[in-house]
Each structure stands twice: as C-alpha cells, then as structure tokens.
Design a protein around this ligand. Structure first.
Ligand code: MEZ
Length: 590
C-alpha cells in the first residue's frame, strides 16, 4: 500500500499532473497520492475542526513511514528521530501545509535541511491573546466539561492527570506546545529519593530527616519545611509509582548539596527526564488522559464565590473555547524563558542563557496572579553553573557527580565542584572569563552516557595527554597538569585538601582526556504561586482558592532560595501526584 501510494505521487509529479505538488508543500505532495484522505482519513476536511492534538494525523504518518523508533534506527546522521524528544508527533516538525520547522533548533543549531523547506511560512496560531475572542468564548456555553483540568503536560502535569484519573475524575490534560514533556524532558540528572530499595541495596544510610535538612540548607532555610517534609517522605513511593509504569531508576548517585547518594536515574547514566517523560506519556495514553497538544490555556475562570469554574483554551485548529471544570491544576512550570519576567524579578540575570524549554514562559504564574493568587519567593532564580558556553545545552551536574573536576581558564580548580549551584555559579561568574572548563577522562566518558551526547553535539575537546588538552583549550599546561596530579593525590588519600570535596569517585588519569567549556545559565525559578500541603493555591490572605491546585516549578516554597540537583524531578512526581489526587477529591466532592 505504502509503495503504491508513493509510486502514484512520483508518477503524478513526473507527468505534471500534480502541479500543486510542485509548489513545495508537503501536504500537496501527499494529496497527489489520493487527495486529502491520505493524511486526514477523509476528503471532507474542515480546517477549524481538526483535533488540536493532531494524533490522528500523526497516525497517518506512521502508518506509511513506520514508527518513530523505526525511523530513528534508520538514520545515521544527527538524527532528530533518535533524539531525547522521544515519541512525539511527526507534525511537531513536518507541518504539512506550511514550511516545516526543526523544533530541535529551539535549543540547538542543527544544520539539517528539512524536506519542503521552501514552503511558505506558517502563521503563528498562538501569538498573543485575542482579548475579544476570549470574552466571546467566556460568554458562550462551554464546549466541554471536566472534573479536573490540568494545565501543562510535563512530568508534573502528567503525574497529576494520571492521579486524578485514577481517583475517578474526568480529566482533561492541556498542553500548549507541539509535544508534551515541558522542562521535565530536559532534566538530565535524576530524582532524589530516600528509603528506596536501590539505596538499601547499596547500603546507603539515609533518612527523610537528612533529606529535609540537606534541602533546607541548600535553600538557605527559606523553604517551607512542611512542604519539604512531604517531598522527602513521599519521594520513595514516587519512585515506585514510576517503576510500576515501567521506569528504570536503578542507579543512585550523589548530587550537589546532598550528604549521601540519593539521586536516582536510569542505568548507564542516561538522562532521567526524557526517560520518565516517555514512560508518563505512554501511561497517560493507556489511562485515557493523553495530553491534548497545541492547546494553550489563556485564562482561568472563577465564579462569583471565587471558586474555580473552568478555563478558556486557545486550540491551534479549533480556536478559543470554554471548558467548564470544578478544579484546575496548574502544572505550567517556571518562567526561565521569559526575559521580561526575569528583568522584573531577577534583573541581574537579564540576558543570561537558559537551559529551559521554550515553554517555560511563566503563563501559569500570570494567570494565577490574575485571579488573586499570592506568590512565594517569586524573585529567586537559580543559575545552573554548567550550561555549555554560548549554548542552551545543560552539562548535567551528573558529570561532576560522576567525577569531573572544574577549572578556570588557566587550568586551576577554584571551588568544590559539588557545592550548591548558587555558590558554584557565583564562583564562575567571579572568574575574569565568567566561564570554566569541566575536565575528565575516558573512565567518565564510558560511565556517563550523556557525555557521549555532548560529544555528538561537538561540545567536547579531546586530547591524548593533559598537556595537549591544555594546548587545545588555551589553558596553561603546567597549571592543568599540577591541578590534575594534586586532585588524583587528594583522591587517593581520601581528602580534598584544596576545596573539601567529599566525593571523588574517579581519578583523572586515563587517556583520552576531555574538556567542555561551561558558564552559568538560568535553570530553575524557585518562586511561584503559594501552596499549602494539599497543593491548594493560596490567595493573598493565605486562604485556599477553592478548586485551584498547583505543583512543580510554577509553585514556590519547596526549594527556598536555591534548589538542590535532583529535587525538581522529585517535586514534579510527589506534588504532581498530590495535586492530582486532591483536585480529584475536591471535584468529586469527597
Ligand atoms: O535537578 C537538576 O536540575 C539537575 C540534577 C540538573 C543537572 O545538572 O543534571
């Protein structure tokens, strides 16, 4: 069937019968095979009624071309299909009626040429908000009704939606982007949890109290201790919950600011985020709460008693519409990609690069403010010390956790690599170059899979000797050689005499040697809407707004002034589940 269709299209092109195909639009090329039905399943296509999620369209693509995984296995070059995005809609990039868009280039700069790249530009569907259309939708009858609407389909939102659904609620999960995953899909490091079977198997002695104290200390004791207690106490059951869906969190490592190894992640040093996003995506589909993509919530509605009444959505194809709902869960993430908000809340970081997904624009915060929510620590923004210099690619803390050292442009260490992020970032920004090098050897390269990804992206410098590495990177050869030999000696003696680094898992001695240049980048916005222990959003008098719940990076209070590595993923799972359960109970009147 597939071969026949392609033959038809090619024949049509050769005979000139498909003149439309020559306009260079993917849709026309396909329609030459048999009309609109080839992609849409029908020739009577009503453009405004195409489901916003585009899943059905995507099925037409994979029916002919094979699954995303199959395509990934075919390609040898830099391969978007084999990327960390996982199983996303083909239409995320292959926008059939207009110029295709390599969405990877929201963060990367791949030179890949897309087929049909000369097609006309797309008209952006969600550029700004049409205030009149919002009012009209508000005045109209709801197009849909749900018990719980979850806004945002990163890990927080998917956890919330699955929990609420399992608690018996009718749930609608809305995502503004072309694929689900949000910032979570970029999480590299891991998931902090205490009391797991993985920790026990490794003989790691840890307690919820130790987790709480480390988190409070990391947050300069500005965190809400009650929220942190929940984070610690429910962290292990969150790991089990993900494992019950098929997640692999079998490795346990150390992250900055933690006294023991409690950062859980997939085997072989694979990044945690894409993995759990894949697992949650599949589970949300199985549970009947797959995210509705391309569906941006533009307003949260309340009734005369200030109770949640629903939301106004802007769908890519279906326009503005109202969903009536008893409860709403905000899972919209932070504002790390909104430079206007950064300029207001953290002006010293204005213009700094960000490791965040393009979706982190703070819209949940703005919508919550509009209905009277109060904010906690809204001006606390974390700069991650190691974003690839002049890039948006995070060089995970795992690289330091597994053993890399960090040196200045001369080749000298200047801080304990595993100190908290705020301290490490400050120390880098005090260097004249405002940057640093992470240095490691082949042992680390083979242990931490993500490093191969950085290599693939051309970010690593590589040499056979430490001296050659210094030459290649412009460091001073004698300084770097002394740094490396001192560090190896400290490690053998079990005491870092220079900076008191407690955990030195690897020496730096086995060629080849590698370096990657890093600088701080906006990574996490610690502040956000104020919540209580039930994940209810509080108003400016600290009373819950009935029906409004929030979890994850859109909230403040869990992380205080500085978040520890591995606590964001824990936050998304623990509070995502919690928000979903409580929202469902509220909506169902339990
Ligand atoms: O929790 C994080 O943000 C984290 C562990 C990031 C990273 O460096 O990988």
């Amino acid at each position: 069937m597939k071969k026949q269709l392609i033959a038809l299209a090619v024949a049509a092109l050769m005979t000139g019968a498909a003149s439309a195909a020559q306009t260079g639009v993917l849709a026309n090329f396909h329609s030459a095979m048999g009309g609109c039905a080839v992609c849409h399943g029908t020739d009577k296509v009503v453009p405004n009624a195409i489901p916003d999620d585009e899943y059905a369209l995507n099925k037409s693509c994979t029916n002919c071309h094979g699954s995303y995984d199959k395509l990934a296995n075919k390609s040898k070059k830099i391969d978007p299909h084999g990327s960390h995005l996982g199983n996303v809609n083909c239409t995320s990039c292959h926008t059939a009626h207009v110029k295709p868009k390599l969405v990877c280039n929201d963060c990367h700069t791949f030179p890949n040429k897309m087929p049909f790249a000369d097609a006309p530009e797309a008209k952006k569907w969600d550029d700004g908000i049409d205030a009149e259309a919002v009012l009209k939708a508000e005045a109209a009858a709801p197009r849909e009704t749900a018990d719980v609407v979850v806004i945002g389909a990163g890990s927080t939102g998917m956890n919330a939606a699955i929990s609420a659904k399992r608690a018996g609620a009718n749930v609608l999960l809305l995502e503004k982007h072309v694929f689900s995953g949000g910032n979570s899909m970029l999480a590299a490091g891991g998931y902090n949890a205490v009391g797991t079977k993985q920790q026990k198997a490794k003989g790691i002695k840890d307690t919820p109290e130790a987790y709480v104290e480390d988190t409070m200390k990391g947050g300069r004791f500005k965190n809400d201790r009650e929220l942190v207690k929940i984070l610690a106490e429910e962290s292990a059951s969150g790991v089990e919950w993900l494992e019950s869906m098929g997640a692999d969190l079998s490795e346990v490592k150390r992250s900055g600011g933690a006294r023991v190894d409690r950062t859980h992640r997939p085997t072989g040093g694979k990044s945690v985020g894409p993995h759990i996003v894949d697992v949650l995506r599949a589970q949300s589909e199985k549970d009947g709460v797959a995210p509705r993509l391309n569906s941006r919530v533009v307003k949260i509605l309340t009734d005369d008693n200030h109770r949640i009444a629903g939301v106004i959505v802007h769908g890519k194809h279906t326009g503005y519409y109202k969903v009536a709902a008893k409860a709403v869960v905000l899972a919209t993430g932070g504002y790390g990609m909104n430079q206007d908000m950064i300029a207001v809340y953290r002006p010293t970081f204005k213009g700094m690069t960000s490791s965040n997904n393009v979706t982190s624009t703070g819209d949940g915060i703005k919508m919550a403010l509009n209905i009277g929510a109060s904010m906690t620590d809204i001006d606390w923004v974390q700069a991650h010390p190691t974003v690839g210099k002049d890039s948006r690619i995070l060089i995970s803390e795992t690289v330091r956790g597994v053993g890399a050292i960090m040196v200045n442009t001369d080749g000298a260490r200047f801080i304990n690599e595993l100190t908290t992020r705020d301290r490490a970032s400050d120390a880098i920004l005090k260097q004249p170059s405002r940057s640093a090098w992470l240095v490691f050897d082949s042992q680390l390269y083979s242990k931490a899979k993500m490093v191969r990804g950085y290599d693939h992206l051309g970010m690593l410098k590589k040499a056979d000797t430490v001296e050659d590495l210094a030459k290649l990177t412009g460091m001073k050869a004698d300084v770097l050689a002394k740094t490396v030999s001192d560090y190896n000696r400290f490690r053998s003696a079990g005491k870092d005499e220079a900076f008191g680094r407690a955990d030195m898992p690897l020496s730096v001695e086995k060629a080849p040697f590698y370096a990657v240049m890093v600088a701080p980048g906006i990574h996490h916005t610690m502040g956000g809407v104020a919540i209580n222990t039930m994940s209810q959003v509080l108003d400016i008098q600290s009373r819950p707004i009935p029906g409004l719940y929030a979890a994850g990076e859109v909230t403040g209070g869990v992380h205080g002034f500085n978040r520890l590595g591995g606590n964001a993923v824990a936050d998304t799972v623990v509070f995502g589940r919690r928000a979903g359960e409580h929202a469902a109970a509220f909506a169902l009147g339990k």
